[in-house]
Structures are given as structure tokens and as C-alpha cells.
Design a protein around this ligand. Structure first.
Ligand SMILES: Cc1cc2nc3c(=O)[nH]c(=O)nc-3n(C[C@H](O)[C@H](O)[C@H](O)COP(=O)(O)OP(=O)(O)OC[C@H]3O[C@@H](n4cnc5c(N)ncnc54)[C@H](O)[C@@H]3O)c2cc1C
Length: 353
């Protein structure tokens, strides 16, 4: 027997997809979320900083959502940036920037995801569903998933692709389009650090830079320190989504730091943090972005992209999660009345806006 056609299917239970699902449910729209991971506890050792635009968007999605996320985040007041100049640190320049009234919070990606997931009824979140592609028929969008060892088709009237930088929804919409490699390799880790070592002030981001090499260390809340380190890498190694390092991966990170320490002692705090990190907690990936699209929806407005699937960007400006929340907020506001009215033309107009 054919499965019933659902109203809304969201592909990807990351920050954007869950924020949208939470907002739609709070407005009485029953949106289903399909996630490729077997559960929502998987981690990528990342924390994200959230500025005022993220807080505004989160509270637009559900009043009080930003306070819930801030309750497990750390408040950051300043950034201390050290720009390495010449040998032995003699030419290093240090600049401290204060955020003033513009609050900046840092939260573990996984903690933010748990809080968002807790706002969506569990029966609407379907893990172990890997989207392969979709096709359109008169009545619905048919989503083809790999689910365990089997392929299954789920039909929805409206689909949101929130499946991140390697989006399968985007690939089905624009088959030739691929993420762009920015020739940078990045390592990051969250180290449980209840007073074990001190490499930054509690409410300060410590940033160190030398040409394309950059690191930052910051309190990520819940007694965790986040370190992020990247260097230029022009190799053509194929590495699509990254993963946790083994001992040789950790040795490579320390080797890269030692090269930088040869020109400035400013890199010492990073070395302390990396040495205190178990190899299996260091996540390695290449930095990629997406070339802007002319449209984030398909031609008849039944499939729309959001978050990294729509506009993945270099994470230097720290706006990826923030703009995913802004997308979720706008989609909640525009789609909810159109979905509640059940008029396909209203929905198309909402997507166009
Ligand atoms: C080291 C690092 C630091 C960062 N720092 C910041 C920061 O300070 N501030 C900031 O705002 N942003 C930051 N970002 C970026 C931010 O993490 C992303 O922009 C944000 O998570 C994007 O949200 P999303 O929901 O679009 O995608 P994601 O959070 O990536 O979620 C996508 C989801 O889709 C699932 N999925 C993927 N493919 C499929 C498929 N085929 N079928 C089903 N499910 C699928 C994935 O498993 C995942 O759960 C940082 C990123 C990194 C890596």
C-alpha cells in the first residue's frame, strides 16, 4: 500500500533543519525530519559562536530558544588576536577587540543540536535515512532514501534541503554543482578541560595568525575548550567529509605547529592544547564553500534549500550556523501561514519571497 503523502519533509537534522522543524511544530505544522546518521549523538568536535543575529533569529523561531542555548554556552567578551610577524616573535602584534554590547556566545554544536531536537516531537525525527535524490510528480516530491540496507521512497508536498555542504538535495537540483575546495586543511577538537590547562582567558577568544595559518582557542561552555587550527594545503587529496584522526593525524598537527613555533612562540598555547587532546578526538576536514546560486528553490517552488546546502561559506566570519538560523526563521514565518491555508499557490509565493 502507498504511504500517505506528508505535508513537509526536511532533509538533514543539523542546526538549520532542526531549528526549522522546531519553529514549524510550534506553529502547528507537522514537519518530518530525515537524517542520515543513526542517531543525534554523533559529533564533529565543533563549537559555534553565535552573535546577536543568531539570538534574534532563534527567538523569532521560538521565544526563549536563544536563552535555552545560551544556558549551555560560554559568554565571550573579547578577542585577543596575535599576528605573527618575524622570527622569535619580535615582530608580533597583538590586538584586543571588545564585543561591547554585542553578545557573543560559544556553544558546542552537539549541545545546540540536542536543545533544538528537544523542541521537535521524537516521532517526527527519522534517523538512518540517507537521501539519494528526489524526483517530482504531479502530486508530490518523491524522496529516495537509503534506509539500512534498503531503498525507500517517501513522498511529501513540500521539501526543504537542510543537508549541509555536501547536500544531496542540491545535487539533485543542480547536478553539475559541487563544493569548492579552498586549499585549507582544518583540525578541531573539544577538550574536556575543568581546570586541566589554561591557554586562554575564560571570556576571551585567543586567535593566532601567520599568513594562511590560523588557530583559535576558546571556552565552549560545559567545561570544554575548543581549539581550531588550519594551514594551507594545496594537495589534491580527496577527502569529502572528514573524520576523526588517528595517532599519525595528531603527529601531523604537532609537526605543523612545530614549524610555526620556529618563527614565533605565540603558537605555544595551541601546542599545549593539542598535546592534551587524545588523537581520536581531533576532527580533520578540508575547508570548502559553495558558489552562490541564482535561486535556492526548484522551478516550481516545491523544493527549497537552506543553511549550508544553500550557501556554505568559509567559516572565518563565523556566520554559517547564524545564517542557517536566519533561514529557519524566515522560512517559519513565510511558510507557516501558506501551509496552514493548504493553498499551493500561497506556498509558491511564500517560497518566492
Ligand atoms: C570548525 C568549524 C567552526 C565553525 N564555527 C562557526 C561559528 O563560529 N559560527 C557559525 O555560525 N558557524 C560556524 N561554523 C559553521 C556551522 O557549523 C555550519 O554552517 C552549520 O552547522 C550549518 O548548519 P546546517 O543545518 O545547514 O548544516 P549541518 O549542521 O552541517 O547539518 C546537516 C545535516 O544533514 C545531514 N545530512 C547530510 N547529508 C544527508 C543526506 N544525504 N541525507 C540525510 N541527511 C543528511 C548531516 O548528517 C547533518 O546532520 C563552523 C563550522 C566548523 C566546521
Amino acid at each position: 500500500m502507498d504511504k500517505p503523502v506528508m505535508e513537509v519533509a526536511i532533509v538533514g537534522a543539523g542546526l538549520g533543519g532542526l531549528a526549522l522543524a522546531a519553529g514549524l511544530h510550534s506553529r502547528g505544522i507537522q514537519a518530518h525530519v530525515f537524517e542520515k546518521s543513526p542517531n543525534l549523538i554523533a559529533d564533529t568536535a565543533t563549537a559555534v559562536s553565535l552573535g546577536p543575529n543568531a539570538s534574534r533569529a532563534l527567538d523569532g523561531i521560538i521565544v526563549g530558544l536563544s536563552a535555552a542555548i545560551k544556558s549551555v554556552a560560554s559568554l565571550t567578551k573579547t578577542t585577543k588576536a596575535t599576528l605573527c610577524g618575524s622570527r622569535n616573535g619580535a615582530g608580533d602584534k597583538t590586538l584586543v577587540t571588545s564585543y561591547g554590547k554585542d553578545e557573543l556566545y560559544v556553544v558546542k554544536w552537539r549541545s545546540a543540536r540536542s536543545i533544538l531536537a528537544s523542541r521537535v516531537p521524537a516521532r517526527y525525527i527519522h534517523c538512518s535515512h540517507v537521501l539519494l535524490d528526489y524526483f517530482l510528480d504531479d502530486q508530490s516530491v518523491a524522496l529516495r532514501f537509503q534506509c539500512g540496507g534498503e531503498a525507500t521512497i517517501i513522498r511529501a508536498k513540500f521539501v526543504v534541503g537542510a543537508d549541509g555542504i555536501n547536500s544531496a538535495v542540491r545535487r539533485a537540483m543542480y547536478p553539475a554543482d559541487r563544493p569548492r575546495d579552498l586549499h585549507l586543511i582544518n583540525w578541531n577538537a573539544l577538550v574536556h578541560n575543568p581546570g586541566r590547562f589554561s591557554v586562554h582567558d575564560r571570556d576571551q577568544i585567543a586567535l593566532i595568525r601567520s599568513g594562511p595559518s590560523l588557530c583559535y582557542l576558546v571556552d565552549a561552555g560545559e567545561d570544554y575548550t575548543l581549539w581550531v587550527f588550519r594551514v594551507e594545503d594545496r594537495s589534491t587529496a580527496k577527502e569529502s567529509s572528514g573524520g576523526f584522526c588517528d595517532e599519525s593525524g595528531k603527529a601531523r598537527v604537532l609537526e605543523e605547529i612545530d614549524k610555526l613555533l620556529g618563527s614565533s612562540p605565540a603558537w605555544e598555547p595551541l601546542k599545549i592544547a593539542v598535546e592534551a587532546t587524545e588523537a581520536g578526538q581531533i576532527f580533520q576536514r578540508r575547508i570548502k564553500d559553495r558558489i552562490p546560486l541564482e535561486s535556492w528553490s526548484n522551478l516550481d517552488q516545491r523544493v527549497v534549500l537552506m543553511g549550508d546546502a544553500a550557501h556554505a561559506m568559509h567559516w572565518g566570519p563565523a556566520q554559517g550556523a547564524r545564517t542557517a538560523f536566519e533561514d529557519a526563521h524566515q522560512l517559519c514565518e513565510l511558510l507557516s501561514p501558506a501551509l496552514a491555508a493548504g493553498n499551493p499557490e500561497d506556498l509558491k509565493r511564500a517560497v518566492m519571497r
